[in-house]
Write a protein that binds this ligand. Structure first.
Ligand code: 13P
Length: 341
């Protein structure tokens, strides 16, 4: 492992004023997104859609530092035969790959999940590196409900994240460590704080035990928000303050950067929260975005599977990428959304 090179890639991923596009939806997830816009999910439509994003030259060159791909996409070529990975590289962004294989029920822990994908991971990483991937992603999923999460679920998911991260670094790939505490429940914001604190503390403990070099990784956490079914509204400032308080407690300063998931927040909420955190400032790590839904919902709607809508889809993507890029500097304002509408 060359830690200095890993650190350079990690820092480039969190370049101020840029963030990550999470375009790594599994075939099942992208089908759900396409169902919502009445588009058949085929290898070709998935390729066309993602090619549209990667050819958004302004967004890709100015606002996107890196793109997380799914296995199918990393091997696909654009319509003109150029590998999609090359399109991303030509725009100046770094290609990366989701390497987890989704979740499965955790034995003896009803209702809880553990992420799969450690088998043959080292071999897969070598092939992805040869294809151009310089970072990877693994998502652990922690749900909040009565008596959940168990200590067991927090432990095994942290352990698997650290196994994955160590394997990545051995293959000269920067791991994005993503322990996602879901916002689906009816819990309040303080319960989200408490559970995320447990999860992040345990995750960093496991990373230490398994000798992961913090300088060569990126953390992808959830923000501290109330559960969607709680019916509770909190202010943008409260989310920002609580998320920062939590990160300061749990994330060592040696970590090169933090890139949030959007997790089901609306597009503008995800942007406003990131912006408010960066306004507070004075933090040891850059805070940016690694959004899936909050970057892609608008372009998906504008595109709707029609070739004649490609330019409109690219405009919608560029707008959201720009808004989030501004938020990564604390320079976003609500009026900028209205002006573009
Ligand atoms: P969302 O921003 O839609 O939560 O997706 C980000 C991601 O990569 C989840 O693993």
């Amino acid at each position: 492992m060359n830690l200095s090179d890993l650190n350079k890639v990690a820092l480039a991923m969190v370049t101020p004023g840029k963030g990550l596009l999470a375009a790594d939806e599994s075939s099942g997830t992208i089908k759900k997104r396409f169902d919502a816009i009445k588009v058949d999910s085929t290898e070709e439509t998935r390729r066309d859609y993602r090619e549209m994003l990667f050819r958004s030259s302004e967004a890709m060159s100015r606002y996107i530092s890196a793109v997380i791909l799914y296995d199918e996409t990393i091997w696909q070529n654009a319509r003109d035969g150029t590998p999609l990975v090359k399109l991303i590289e030509q725009s100046g962004a770094i290609p990366g790959i989701k390497v987890d294989e989704g979740t499965q029920p955790l034995a003896a822990c009803p209702g809880e999940l553990v992420t799969a994908g450690l088998d043959k991971l080292a071999e897969r990483l070598t092939k992805y590196f040869e294809r151009g991937a310089r970072f990877a992603k693994w998502r652990a999923v922690i749900d909040i409900a009565e008596n959940i999460p168990s200590m067991t679920a927090v432990h095994v998911n942290a352990h698997a994240l650290a196994r994955y991260a160590a394997a990545c670094q051995a293959a000269q790939i920067v791991p994005i460590v993503e322990p996602e505490v879901l916002m689906d429940g009816d819990h309040d914001i303080d319960r989200c704080f408490e559970v995320t604190q447990r999860v992040l503390s345990k995750t960093f403990r496991e990373l230490f035990v398994q000798r992961v070099a913090l300088e060569g990784m990126i953390l992808k956490p959830n923000m501290v928000v109330p559960g969607k079914k709680s019916g509770k509204q909190v202010s943008v400032e409260e989310v920002a303050e609580k998320t920062i308080k939590l990160l300061k407690r749990c994330v060592p300063a040696a970590v090169p950067g933090i890139a949030f998931l959007s997790g089901g927040q609306s597009d503008e909420e995800a942007t406003a929260h990131l912006n408010a955190m960066n306004r507070i400032g004075g933090l040891p790590w850059p805070l940016t975005f690694s959004y899936g839904r909050a970057l892609q919902a608008a372009p998906q709607k504008a595109w709707a599977g029609r070739p004649e809508n490609v330019a409109a889809g690219q405009r919608a993507f560029t707008h959201r990428a720009r808004m989030n890029a501004l938020a990564s500097r604390g320079e976003w304002a609500n009026e900028l959304e209205k002006k573009a509408a």
